[in-house]
Design a protein around this ligand. Structure first.
Ligand SMILES: O=C[C@H](O)COP(=O)(O)O
Length: 246
């Protein structure tokens, strides 16, 4: 039995004042049975760590560099994130793939860099609406995951995988539980061929997951948690999703 994991991705939202309110709300809303974490903008990692001290809520970043260190202006290394106590780093989010031209290989290299510093990469895969309508969903997510499997080889069992259909992100259009489960099953099968740990790996769904649709999604056999964007910005909403995962 896999323990559910719910991760809030704040994206580029927040301020010191707003974060203090949100994090205090999370302290009050928990604890939960599921594992819970928030991935926050880089500048707020330290204060998030402080605000969550003494709770079981983990924290992490929304990206990391594929490089170890050096002349990479603007990048943040996994070593730095580890230094701050991050447990997770999201890599390959569709917003980074789309707006920063991140390739499958770069995403895989970022996942490798995170693992090298003891950080669990949350690797995102997912198809666009055009790809789904062209019947390419399976092909796209398998291609995205294959690059990670090839690069991580025997460490692939250490990642968290998130299926996020691009058309469902921030749109209010959620994949049905059956649509999401079908893709998760494809991904689990692909992982099964790559690692003996596939049955223990957590596969998250992301894309307009909210308090009122979380339970049905999380009841699917291969959906082991959620990666939550918009609904992670209010403690009551996020807390309700975490409860649904319990
Ligand atoms: O990382 C989170 C996903 O992009 C989902 O975002 P959303 O819950 O706002 O649709």
């Amino acid at each position: 039995m896999r323990k559910k994991l719910v991760v809030g991705n704040w994206k580029m939202n927040g301020s010191r004042a707003a974060n203090a309110v949100l994090l205090a709300g999370l302290r009050e809303a928990g604890p939960w049975t599921a594992d819970v974490a928030v991935c926050v903008p880089f500048p707020y990692i330290t204060e998030t760590a402080l605000a969550l001290t003494g709770t079981a809520v983990g924290f992490g970043a929304q990206d990391c560099s594929a490089h170890e260190q050096g002349a990479y202006t603007g990048e943040v290394s996994s070593a730095m994130l580890a230094d701050l106590g991050c447990r997770y780093a999201i890599v390959g989010h569709s917003e980074r793939r789309a707006y920063h031209q991140e390739s499958d290989q770069l995403v895989a290299d970022k996942a490798k860099a995170a693992l090298a510093h003891g950080i669990t990469p949350i690797v995102c895969v997912g198809e666009t609406l055009a790809e789904r309508e062209a019947g390419q969903t399976e092909q796209v997510v398998k291609r995205q995951l294959a690059a990670v499997i090839h690069t991580l080889t025997h460490c692939i069992g250490e990642i968290v995988l998130a299926y996020e259909p691009v058309w469902a992100i921030g749109t209010g259009l959620t994949a049905t539980p059956e649509q999401a489960q079908a893709v998760h099953a494809v991904l689990r099968t692909q992982l099964h061929a790559a690692t003996q740990k596939s049955d223990a790996m957590r596969l998250l769904y992301g894309g307009s997951m909210k308090a009122d649709n979380a339970a049905a999604l999380l009841a699917q056999p291969d959906i082991d948690g959620g990666l939550i964007g918009g609904a992670s910005l209010k403690a009551t909403d996020f807390g309700a999703i975490c409860r649904a995962a319990g």
